[in-house]
Ligand binder design. Structure first.
Ligand SMILES: *[C@@H]1O[C@H](CO)[C@@H](O)[C@H](O)[C@H]1NC(C)=O
Ligand SMILES: *[C@@H]1O[C@H](CO)[C@@H](O)[C@H](O)[C@H]1NC(C)=O
Ligand SMILES: *[C@@H]1O[C@H](CO)[C@@H](O)[C@H](O)[C@H]1NC(C)=O
Ligand SMILES: *[C@@H]1O[C@H](CO)[C@@H](O)[C@H](O)[C@H]1NC(C)=O
Ligand SMILES: *[C@@H]1O[C@H](CO)[C@@H](O)[C@H](O)[C@H]1NC(C)=O
Ligand SMILES: *[C@@H]1O[C@H](CO)[C@@H](O)[C@H](O)[C@H]1NC(C)=O
Ligand SMILES: *[C@@H]1O[C@H](CO)[C@@H](O)[C@H](O)[C@H]1NC(C)=O
Ligand SMILES: *[C@@H]1O[C@H](CO)[C@@H](O)[C@H](O)[C@H]1NC(C)=O
Ligand SMILES: *[C@@H]1O[C@H](CO)[C@@H](O)[C@H](O)[C@H]1NC(C)=O
Ligand SMILES: *[C@@H]1O[C@H](CO)[C@@H](O)[C@H](O)[C@H]1NC(C)=O
Ligand SMILES: *[C@@H]1O[C@H](CO)[C@@H](O)[C@H](O)[C@H]1NC(C)=O
Ligand SMILES: *[C@@H]1O[C@H](CO)[C@@H](O)[C@H](O)[C@H]1NC(C)=O
Length: 683
């Protein structure tokens, strides 16, 4: 009788799934962990890398480990599997990954932030972007491994999902759940209900980029599904002097032709194993130094007094993934489409800038203070970069020693250019001679602690003072290069500006500088910007803001701020914006005119018609799309309980079948048969 009763209840539940607080039961069964972040999948021309769960998610019994030894239990004796080990992030290494991949008892992995001091944490390759740079500039055998601590896990194809949590409350929730249900008499785990984890991160894209681009483009009206998108964002460029003259009377724009350009470049992106980045040393130190150089040069050289050299600031995006941004800029330059697209390579608004117009290419790479040395890498030595290095040495602040390194070429955007134009005169400024001094390259721990940054603490040996000294040196040297004269005025003080810029990027995007350019983010988010390149068609707010800040630094004040300011720009040679006069006087705004714009940072591979994917000429990275990424805890019933449920389910099925059969066979007794009226044929 009891069975019949339960069978009926079960039936009712099955029949009326919408009523009866089904939602609340779900909430009682699952605890959502909201602040988790996960590893996702990327693809290139030949491989897929990263992680994906099964379509329905990965589930496993939670096993909270504090030290590596705690893992041995599940690998050797675990009997209630599959398991999802919960490991401190400090243990995340290639060795552990290989162990877990081999074990059939592991269905996922959860990493948590612990307080251990990390020595090194970088998941990029030891030779980043090796196949797309100049050959033989990184070697795996001798000491010239730029990212010597790199595990390469970022480019591994992992068979299970990997999540990361760092909020103290979340870690505690998981740990308490494990302690309450799992952390005793491991031998009897099979017979108990166990605290379990569900990780959902199913990725639609698979195999490689050509395959998934093809799948995304299949023209079926029924179900157009994008399974992957090319990685990409925007590059930012600005010039110190205008690129065109504008005659107000005739309203005519004329490009200024025949100029040489000194390029000052840096990268803007970073990456990490998870969907979150920090990027303090790379790229923020280089980027902030570039911005400070722009500000200083504008003060030193407010106008072009018939110089034949201009300065072009370029910020490349997507460089982490085989130099996406620089490849595209070079491709555009070669096709006459830089700085803006032209119809047939003819200059109308701006001069068409070709690689041969670049007289010197200065790249600002990782520049955190370290031991106070700055290295100038000259891959090919010529009189141009030798002379400039001499200028840098003369102008360098006493606290910094500049060292020249000939023949070395660290991973950098300029590699893209050197690959095609080997005689381009280049200098790369870094804080390391051979291996990176940054042990957290492209990871979540390349944070403010890593570069010893403290807001408002501008001591003589602070990172702020250091970057400001480096920026002063570079600006003075460029001044001398352009004017042919020695710079005699006092050093400009930019350490406060550097301090504020670092604060904007590392701590709080609602900072004074981002407010000053008038384009501060709509939502008041307090988490620093994610500097991962993201996918094409989705411009990162950080990139847009970067453009405005750079434009603000090189811009001229042309009048009062009013609603007509932004309307002056009928001629496209300039952009006009109302911006604050200074970061310390936000309410005092003026109308600024600047020469700044964005260009596409999407690999040429995705725009060349019938591109041959096997040619390996250009970066081919794309990112898989996904439906939902989430993580939750639940109580998995014991094996015996599960068998019981199954049995009850079968019984109730049997019971209801019999019931239905019985009712059907006796239906003529139970229900009065409907008498069928003959339909009237004739009225
Ligand atoms: C997660 O988010 C849901 C809905 O937004 C909320 O109800 C729940 O309390 C959150 N969980 C935690 C652990 O913060
Ligand atoms: C890390 O340190 C903080 C503050 O000292 C402490 O509250 C927290 O519990 C520690 N976290 C772990 C996982 O030990
Ligand atoms: C794609 O990525 C994998 C893993 O990093 C690498 O081995 C392979 O060479 C890459 N393929 C191309 C065409 O770059
Ligand atoms: C599991 O229990 C043992 C023994 O009680 C304890 O030492 C250990 O800290 C517990 N594990 C966790 C993750 O709390
Ligand atoms: C390029 O286009 C411009 C304007 O459309 C035109 O004046 C010029 O003759 C064209 N040049 C060539 C080589 O086609
Ligand atoms: C480099 O400096 C030397 C000596 O001052 C000078 O003769 C030479 O022309 C310079 N080279 C360039 C490319 O400016
Ligand atoms: C680069 O310079 C070398 C020596 O001056 C010359 O032999 C070579 O042809 C140049 N290469 C290019 C691409 O101009
Ligand atoms: C930066 O990372 C280190 C781990 O190397 C960590 O101890 C520190 O708390 C992090 N700092 C910030 C500001 O997140
Ligand atoms: C803006 O331009 C319009 C039309 O030219 C003019 O009427 C208006 O007075 C201008 N506003 C200001 C604040 O100058
Ligand atoms: C300026 O341009 C905006 C949009 O382009 C327009 O709505 C506004 O009326 C213009 N203002 C003036 C004064 O012309
Ligand atoms: C910026 O670039 C876009 C795309 O090339 C172009 O349409 C626009 O005119 C440019 N604007 C300025 C002010 O250079
Ligand atoms: C700037 O303007 C805002 C709002 O208009 C006001 O709240 C703030 O006090 C002003 N700041 C200064 C320094 O005047």
């Amino acid at each position: 009788m009891l069975l019949v009763k339960y069978g009926l209840i079960l039936l009712i539940f099955k029949l009326f799934p919408l009523c009866c607080n089904g939602d609340r039961i779900k909430h009682r069964m699952y605890i959502d962990i909201n602040a988790s972040t996960s590893c996702f999948r990327r693809l290139n021309a030949t491989h897929q890398v990263g992680c994906s769960s099964k379509r329905a998610g990965a589930t496993g019994v939670a096993h909270f480990c504090e030290v590596e030894n705690d893992l041995t239990f599940i690998l050797k004796n675990g009997n209630a599997g599959p398991y999802i080990p919960i490991l401190p992030v400090s243990l995340w290494s290639k060795k552990i990954l290989q162990t877990l991949e081999k074990s059939s008892k592991v269905s996922g992995l959860l990493l948590y932030m612990n307080n251990e001091t990390l020595v090194s944490f970088s998941h990029d390759l030891q030779c980043p972007n090796e196949n797309y740079g100049v050959e033989n500039t990184c070697s795996k055998t001798d000491d010239l491994k730029w990212n010597s601590g790199g595990t390469g896990i970022l480019f591994e194809n992992i068979r299970f999902p990997v999540f990361y949590i760092d909020k103290h409350d979340d870690i505690k929730t998981v740990r308490d759940c494990f302690n309450k249900f799992n952390n005793y008499s491991y031998d009897t785990q099979r017979d108990r209900s166990l605290c379990s984890v569900q990780l959902n991160s199913f990725m639609f894209g698979a195999k490689n980029t050509p395959t998934c681009i093809r799948r995304s483009n299949i023209a079926t009206n029924l179900n157009p599904v994008r399974v992957c998108d090319p990685l990409g964002d925007k590059n930012v460029w600005a010039s110190l002097f205008p690129l065109a003259t504008y005659d107000e009377k005739t309203d005519k724009i004329k490009p200024i032709l025949g100029q040489k350009y000194i390029v000052v470049a840096a990268r803007t992106d970073t990456a990490s194993f998870f969907d979150r980045t920090s990027g303090a040393d790379s790229p923020i130190t280089g980027l902030v130094t570039l911005l400070a150089v722009a500000k200083l040069l504008k003060q030193m050289l407010p106008k072009n007094e018939n110089y034949n050299t201009n300065v072009l600031f370029i910020l490349f995006n997507g460089e982490t993934f085989d130099y996406i941004g620089s490849q595209r800029v070079l491709y555009d330059m070669q096709n006459g489409n830089f700085p803006i697209e032209t119809q047939n390579g003819t200059a109308e608004i701006f001069p068409v800038i070709k690689p041969s117009d670049i007289s010197l290419f200065i790249e600002l790479s990782q520049l955190s203070r370290g031991d106070g040395r700055v290295f100038a890498h000259l891959y090919k030595v010529d009189s141009k970069n030798t002379n400039f290095t001499e200028r840098l040495r003369t102008n360098m602040a006493a606290s910094i020693s500049l060292q020249k390194s000939e023949g070395t070429l660290p991973p950098s955007s300029v590699q893209t250019f050197l690959k095609k134009y080997e005689n381009l005169s280049t200098i790369i400024l870094t804080n390391h001679l051979r291996a990176f001094s940054n042990k957290f390259y492209n990871s979540i721990f390349d944070n403010s602690t890593n570069i010893n940054y403290e807001y408002l603490n501008i001591g003589p040996s602070s990172i702020q003072q250091h970057l400001s000294d480096v920026a002063n040196t570079i600006s003075k040297s460029i001044f001398e290069e352009i004017t042919g004269q020695t710079y005699t005025a006092q050093n400009q003080k930019v350490s406060e500006l550097v301090d504020e810029l670092l604060h904007c990027y590392l701590e709080n995007p609602n900072c004074k500088i981002f407010q000053a350019v008038g384009k501060q983010p709509q939502q008041q988010q307090n988490r620093p910007f994610n500097l991962y390149v993201g996918v094409d068609g989705n411009t990162n707010k950080a990139t847009t803001l970067l453009g405005f800040v750079l434009g603000w630094f090189v811009g001229d004040i042309v009048g009062e701020s009013n609603e007509n300011c932004t309307n002056i720009s009928k001629n496209y040679a300039f952009r006009f914006y109302n911006m604050s006069v200074s970061m310390n006087d936000l309410n005092n705004t003026m109308c600024f005119r600047m020469v700044m714009n964005f260009t596409e940072a999407v690999s040429p591979a995705f725009i060349i018609k019938d591109y041959d994917w096997s040619s390996n000429l250009y970066s081919s990275w794309s990112e898989s799309t996904w439906g939902e990424i989430n993580m939750r805890l639940f109580l998995k019933p014991s094996t015996s309980h599960e068998s019981m449920t199954m049995a009850v389910g079968c019984l109730s099925l049997l019971f209801s079948s019999i019931l239905v059969y019985f009712i059907k066979s006796r239906s003529h007794i139970l229900f009065t048969p409907e008498s069928i009226q003959p339909s009237p044929v004739d009225c």
